[in-house]
Design a protein around this ligand. Structure first.
Ligand SMILES: [Zn+2]
Length: 384
């Protein structure tokens, strides 16, 4: 890849990719070991790959405080959510091993800071609620009471759940550069792609060079459609309905926090590291239940000066097929009423699929519907 091509892509957040993968140092087995939760393991892997550039490790108190108060790191760079590692008590040494849930060591951390944190305050600031029924709040409340911080070196990457979709920021950047793309739009999803999402990704793609479909495959609520099923549905859809040389599909390894507006900023910054100059923000991005206003995740971008984030949000309305427009549209582009629009609730769609019935083709491509119907019939795949 030539330097000129590389420079045509947006620069990573903070200027360069900071990946923390490295060699296994001697003596790891003698270190005190901290077992990470699945959310912390996702963060660790994103630190390894550079997806969380410029963070070199789990956050210390000065970054944490400023993120909570100002949505910035201590050095002023925009950053919307804590990336922290919870522990019961301070480690004895200045170096610890970080292990997966089975106790297998994956990384070492140089301990620079250990601090107590106020869970109520973090909930209020980041999730905008202290309600324990909120999945992100519940997970945070269940954590240990201190954070341990410092740079990490990851010597063993976790096995990606979808090896064929695994691409680190350096990989997606190389793919975009090879294709000569300069402006790339990222699309985050944790759902199957129905016609509405196809429409908005294609609207966005009309104005840029390439599309990165970047489904989130980290831990989600148990009632979201499993990532394996979604991956299959994306594959079929891209094969049949997108030009191959304009789309890259890759897994986004983050765990959902369900922090709504702040998570939208966090998602956008990570996508910048993957090479995206633009990022699609729909209604209630990263929301759950009715904790956030429909447009809060779009409006929060106004709290930064243009150019501060680097990545440009593209705001979308919900879209639908309109019988009178005879095409996909949104309230911004269709003057007709509800009676002319093909819209189905999530509940209705699940009911149809569970009964083995395809939703109308104006709502969902038949190929996608069939994959979901098959998955619902298979008890092992466990779609509610
Ligand atoms: Zn219309």
């Amino acid at each position: 890849m030539s330097l000129a091509t590389e420079q045509a892509l947006i620069r990573p957040h903070g200027g360069e990719l900071v990946g923390r993968a490295g060699d296994r140092p001697d003596g790891v087995d003698r270190l005190e070991t901290i077992r990470l939760t699945s959310r912390e393991l996702s963060d660790l892997d994103m630190l390894a790959s550079g997806a969380l550039s410029p963070l070199p490790g789990f956050m210390g108190s000065s970054d944490y405080e400023r993120v909570l108060e100002d949505m910035r790191l201590a050095n002023g760079l925009p950053w919307a959510l804590p990336v922290c590692l919870a522990v019961e008590h301070a480690p004895a040494g200045d170096r610890v091993a970080l292990a997966d849930e089975a106790g297998r060591p994956l990384a070492v951390m140089e301990v620079e800071d250990v601090f107590a944190y106020d869970k109520q305050r973090e909930a209020e600031r980041c999730f905008l609620t202290r309600d324990e029924a909120h999945p992100g709040v519940a997970r945070m409340f269940a954590q240990a009471d201190h954070y341990v911080a410092g740079p990490v070196t990851v010597f063993e990457r976790q096995k990606p759940p979808f090896p064929e979709l695994h691409k680190d920021p350096a990989d997606t950047r190389a793919l975009c550069a090879e294709r000569g793309w300069k402006r790339v739009v990222g699309f985050q999803t944790r759902n199957p792609i129905h016609r509405a999402h196809e429409y908005l990704t294609k609207c966005a793609l009309e104005t840029v060079d390439g599309l990165l479909i970047h489904p989130l495959v980290g831990e989600t609520k148990s009632d979201d459609v499993p990532a394996a099923v979604r991956a299959e549905a994306y594959r079929v859809l891209i094969e049949r309905y997108y030009p191959e040389d304009r789309v890259v599909v890759s897994a986004f390894p983050a765990a959902m926090r369900y922090a709504g507006p702040r998570e939208a900023i966090w998602h956008a910054i990570a996508r910048k590291n993957y090479g995206c100059s633009h990022f699609i923000v729909g209604r209630d991005h990263a929301g759950v239940g009715d904790y956030y206003g429909t447009y809060d995740a779009q409006r929060i971008f106004e709290r930064f000066e243009p150019g501060e984030l680097g990545i440009t949000p593209l705001m979308f309305e919900h879209s639908f097929w309109c019988n009178r427009c005879e095409g996909m549209a949104s309230p911004k582009t269709c003057p007709h009423g509800e009676e002319d629009r093909v819209s189905l609730s999530g509940t209705k769609v699940r009911e149809l699929l569970r009964g083995g019935e395809r939703p109308p083709i104006e709502f969902s491509r038949a190929e996608v519907a069939d994959i979901l119907i098959d998955a619902m019939r298979d008890p092992d795949r466990g779609i509610g």
